[in-house]
Design a protein around this ligand. Sequence first.
Ligand code: NAD
Length: 275
Amino acid sequence: MMDSPMKLVVVGAAGRMGQTLIRLINDTPGVVLHAAVERAGSAAIGRDAGDVALIGPLGVTVTDDPLQAFLHADGVIDFTSPASSVEFAALAAQARIVHVIGTTGCLPEHEDKIDAAARHARVVKSGNMSLGVNVLSVLVKQAARALEASGWDIEVLEMHHKHKVDAPSGTALLLGEAAAQGRGIDLADHSVRVRDGHTGPREEGSIGFATLRGGSVIGEHSVLFAAEGEIVTLSHSAGDRSLFARGALKAATWARDKKPGRYTMLDVLGLNSTP
Ligand code: NAD
């Protein structure tokens, strides 16, 4: 019944994004917190999910049993780690439910397993769930196409809080991918992810990444197009994690009546056909 509230499981419930999601689900009509999952051994196991998210009891106890948690659920929202997201993808596929994955740092072997799960589940995965960054990626693609490689060098700069474990960020890679698409090149063959020592001059047509870490920064991203005597900078600044959570909930409700398959936020936001 499409009109009943969508029953969502938050995995990684005690994490920065998990807590933000629990608070937002509680404030959002049309979705309801069905279960909350943390890793075995987490201090959150056995506690009320609302207490963990600092909003007071909700009557949902945090569990370390995802199989049980996914029973009778409509969807899973997952901001955890690559290995965990692969496990959850298999379970969501078995349960034939929606799986929204915000986890970043996935390697090709993780992506392959998520692709396999998407044969049965409706998977929405994106390195950034916010409307702003997804619109930015469309602009980056257009700029990369218009500003040709012979005169314009592309660099992606990002900064995040000191706890972040993967680099470059999923968003930086998403923006680099958009630039590569605009140029009609393969990002893997043209990216320079770190520079150190005597690197020699910049290779024409490459896409460079620079990573800063520190403090509590939620997410700063700039794509610079640098030419002789001028620079075009396209930027996004995240001031609040709820913008990622809002995007994740939008993705879950959007995917509810879709066919099994793998989707991105560009599909959810209707931006995929933008040239
Ligand atoms: P975090 O470390 O605060 O939270 C992760 C949580 O997942 C932790 O509480 C951890 O215990 C839990 N977890 C790990 N393995 C688990 C398992 N097997 N079962 C249940 N829980 C498990 O991290 P965070 O800042 O919330 O970010 C989480 C992920 O989301 C990162 O990969 C981050 O880069 C990504 N992220 C993506 C977006 C986006 O828009 N796509 C936005 C923000 C963060």
